[in-house]
Design a protein around this ligand. Structure first.
Ligand code: 5GP
Length: 194
């Protein structure tokens, strides 16, 4: 049953599975055509951004066919008046990334501040390559220009979406589809059901 907070399903479970399969194939081919041919290159390091990228990363990497390792980062965004867009690292990578090929897996790129901060931090560690794959992209809301190499779906409309990793007050991450939240829930910050 679709929860009360959802206005409509934007991307169904089937839409997501199909697109994730295509992305997995495309990314695998790109790595096999490039760094993947070098037998001395270390495996691709797939970096998931917690918590939202969890289901996407699990499904995407199972549709990829290149040697890989997993790591995770967790960040929190401050939306306060004094420091809009400031990003704090809650969990950093477990090991150094110098000379490694990195693929960042993100749930959604909105203003771009989160990704811009993470890219700046990781570039300073001089990886061999650094690419970004996001499940969703909201280009119309971008405030900083960030390079995104792979996009699952582009949201042209100004929707707030939940499901497949994306939350509303930490809820609904487990929905197997992506749904648009009703406008009345976006304006009012009360938790649904309260
Ligand atoms: P950015 O720094 O690009 O503005 O924000 C990225 C973060 O904002 C995402 O990782 C996500 O947590 C949150 N976000 C942006 N748009 C949405 C949305 O439509 N739904 C949900 N659930 N989170 C969003």
């Amino acid at each position: 049953m679709v929860p009360e907070i959802i206005e409509r399903v934007v991307f169904s479970t089937e839409d997501i599975a199909k697109r994730v399969g295509e992305l997995g194939e495309q990314i695998s081919q790109d790595y096999l055509d490039g760094a993947g041919r070098d037998p001395h290159r270390r495996p691709l390091l797939v970096v998931g951004l917690l918590k939202g990228a969890l289901p996407f990363m699990a499904d995407l990497t199972r549709r990829m066919h290149v040697p890989m390792e997993y790591d995770f980062m967790a960040v929190s965004s401050y939306q306060g008046r004094t420091s809009p867009g400031e990003v704090r690292i809650l969990k950093d990578l477990d090991s150094p990334v110098g000379s490694r090929d990195l693929l960042i897996v993100e749930d959604i790129v909105d203003t771009g501040h989160t990704l811009e901060h993470i890219l700046r931090r990781l570039r300073a560690r001089e990886p061999a390559s650094l690419k970004v794959c996001t499940l969703l992209d909201k280009p119309a809301r971008r405030q900083v220009d960030v390079p995104v190499d792979y996009v699952g779906f582009t949201l042209e409309e100004n929707l707030f979406v939940v499901g497949y990793g994306l939350d509303y007050a930490e809820l609904y991450r487990n929905l197997p589809y992506i749904g648009a939240v009703k406008p009345e829930y976006i304006l009012n910050h009360d938790r649904p059901g309260d």
